[in-house]
Each structure stands twice: as C-alpha cells, then as structure tokens.
Design a protein around this ligand. Sequence first.
Ligand code: NAD
Length: 487
Amino acid sequence: MTTKFHGNENVACEAHEPDFLQCVEGFFDQAAAVCGVKKSTLSAIRGIDAVLSVTFPIERENGETEIVRGYRAQHSRHKLPVKGGIRYAKDVDMHEVEALASLMTYKCAVVDVPFGGAKGGVAINPREYTVGELERITRRFALELCQKNFLGPGVDVPAPDVNTGGREMTWIMDTYRQLNPTDINAPGCITGKPINQGGVRGRTEATGLGVYYSTREFLKFEQVQKVTGLTGDIEGKTVSLQGFGNVSFYAAKFFIANGAKVVAVSDSKFCAYNKDGLDIEKLGKYKAEHGSLKGYPDAEITEGSTKALEVECDILVPSALERQIGLKNVHNIKAKIINEGANGPITPAAHEILVQKGVVIVPDLLANAGGVCVSYFEWLKNVSHVRFGRMNRKWEEQGKERLLALVEEQAGRKLSESERQQVIHGAEEHELVYSGLEDTMIKACEETRITAEEFGDIDYRKAAIANAIRKIASCLEGTGVMFASRG
Ligand code: NAD
C-alpha cells in the first residue's frame, strides 16, 4: 500500500489508512453494495478507462535541462467530452489523478453535467519556476495532451485545480488552437479561462458559491437539524475553512455575505483565528502583500495547516487537499456539519467515526460540484459562440415593459424608476450562471437527501455516490454498451 504525505508528515492519517485512490474506491464499493446495480455494470463504472503518463524536457533559465512528469487520467468516457482539472503539485502521481478522475465522473453525474470524468497533474512546485518556465512547461504538457488525443472540445476538457488558474488555462487553449487552426470550437477545449479569452462570468467563484449553496440546502433538511441540533439558516453560524485558495476564499465570502461568521482559515503553514469573525477581504490582501498569514494583526495566528480543522465551529469546510481528516485527528473535530470543498479530505475510517457521532458530511462530489457545473456553462457558451443573455435580454425587458404599462393603466398608479428597474431588469450573464448553479445545487442536494432516506441513514456520501452510479449505469445500459439483458 502506498501512503503519500503532503508536506513533511501527514498529521491526519495513520500509516495503515488507505491512499487517496483506495479511499475513493472504498467509498464507491460501499455505495455499490446498496445501489441495486448489477455487478458487471459496477465493474465497468469503477475502472479507469484511459491514462496518459508523459515526461518531457524543459530548459530552465539558468541553462540547465529538467525532465518534467505529467499525468492525465480519463476515468469514464460514457459521456464525452471528459472533464476535470489540472493541478500542479510536486508529489502528484498517477494514483492521485486516477482518484480525482473517478470522483469527477461521479460528480458530473450527481449534478447532471453530461460529461465523463478526468483529471490531470504536473509534478512540479510552481513556486520554484519563473513565469516563463511555467509557460514552457504548460505549453509542452498541452502539446503532449493534444498529440495523444487527450485534449479537445469534444474529447477532454481540463479546468483549473490546485495551483493552476486562468493563466495556465489560456496557455493550454492557445497551444491547442495553434495545432488546430480550423477548429472554431477551440476555446471549448478548456474551461476556467479569463473572460477575455472566452471564459464565463461566475466561473472563478463557482466552487465556493456551490459550497455555500449546498451547506444552505443541507441546513434546511429536518434530519440534518435533528442530528446536529442546528437551526435551518446560515445567519449566525460559525464557519472554519482549511485552505486559503480559490475554493475557500469565495466560500468564506458567500458565508459572510449571508450572515455567517468565519472564525478561522488556514493556508499550508498558518491558521488565522478570531472568535468574533475574520475580515476575509482584508486577510486576502494581507496574504497577497506578505505572502503569508504570519503577522496578521486582527487574528490569533498559529502555526500548522490542520489547526482550522479542529476549532470550535458549526460548519467546517476542508478546502485544501485530500486526506486531511484521518484517524490521527478525527477525534479533535468539533464541527456539526462538514462541507467538503476539497476532494477527498476525509479518510473512510474517519468518515465512519464522524457519521456515527452524528456529524453531517456534505460529500465532495456534491459539495464542490459548483466548479464543474459552471465549467459546463462555459463550454456551452464556447460551443454556441454567444454570451448568455445576448439574444433574449432586451426582448424580455421589452415584454415586461409592455406588461407593466398595462398593469399601471389598470392600477391607476405609475411605478417609481427603481421599482420599474427591479421588475423589468433582464438577466446578465453572471446572473444566469448563478441562477443555473443554484438550481442545479438545490436539485442535487434534494436527490441526495431522498436517496439517503431510502437507505435509512445520514451517510450522504453513500447516497450521492449511489445516485451517481444509478445514473451512469442507466446511461451505459441504455446505449447497449453493457448488454443490459445479460446478467
Ligand atoms: P488553490 O491552489 O487555489 O488553494 C489551495 C489551498 O490549499 C491554498 O490555500 C494552500 O495554501 C492550501 N494548501 C496547500 N498545501 C497544503 C497542505 N499541505 N496543507 C494544508 N493546506 C494546504 O486550490 P483550490 O482550487 O482552492 O482547490 C482546493 C481544493 O478544492 C482541492 O482539493 C481541489 O481539488 C478542490 N476543488 C477545486 C475546484 C476549483 O474550481 N478550483 C473545484 C472542485 C474542487
């Protein structure tokens, strides 16, 4: 068994706990045992469809040559394109991207995004390279993906993940475009692009927003209120987040905007705690200026990335890396709800203990699906070549104007300009994206609740995976791929 540590030591997991891929497969097996899908279909779903492992040389600015390793795993091609982020991390390996690719398949199914699952990684610490070197590495990796048919708007569509963002996505798209100059759908070969490169408004904050929506929806469930003793709204709840990157920053912002108090966040080295609530924008600016949370004046700063997991709070959002809550620290967790902003932050043994204790876990494949959901919207925008709202916004406003005129005539009163604007305002792109995401998350949470009730417990991970398996099975069997009539 391989046990991989992020950083010098893994402070969360015992040595005998499974690695990330084994964790994902273990969770799959638990759900598979109760979902009522036949064995042959289950094996077809569980296996990884295709993998790519490449090495390539890049020239450093000091003139030396370095060999870089990159990976891509396509877990399930039952729907195309496959979809999934690319992360840059020194210790990324094939097992890790296979685990993440598997999760991505189930995630897409849970939120009804019609894609298969994939994931990629490049084994570098980006902080050790100049921007020019990073560009060369990214373009070279994109070239490898193109040559092996692991990149393209109808084939495989990556997105940002840990340590990657709009800049890397643009380099990848540009490389694809240079190799495929006649493909008018080229911008759809990648998502998470800046707006001026064909991105969609709302993608940057989508995963954090989805984390907020899914927590809000779970709090409304009677069963969740019963086991946690929490009231049904976000207002006044205390929140702690591990990680201070894309997912946690935006999740924190949405929690605060809706009346919650963010009492702690941590990055890879330090934890900032303030029982009266952190000013997340101010903390973000401080980190950008100083490169660290160390020395921030308006919070208690302690060393250690896992501190934020253990503080007193209602809602915990692990949003850094996998395997951060394991047998070594599970008994220190005080939160009543855990929303998995990160992929795979809890090991199976720790998960079992938490569920037995009555802690409600909103599982990764549901909790952080906001990103892939809005990536799907971005892809739709790219392949339809039009901004959302462009064709109908004015038409809707004119229709509402006409209706208002009739109502005003009947009521004998004119609306004020601000009342009028509220009624007639046609949706902008980001409003449509937010609304599509909210609708998707509400539906996926509700489906998960119903499936959990079917099984008679509060293990929402099992419920979400079972729900995903059933949807993928019906797709495979429906196409005849799985020869549905044979047992
Ligand atoms: P990011 O690179 O923006 O942020 C990662 C954060 O984790 C940083 O604050 C970093 O300091 C912290 N971190 C790094 N190493 C750590 C360690 N050893 N211990 C504790 N903290 C550490 O990445 P992100 O995009 O916010 O992704 C975070 C998690 O969310 C990952 O698990 C990713 O797979 C998942 N996720 C991201 C998206 C997305 O749209 N970005 C979507 C779904 C899931």
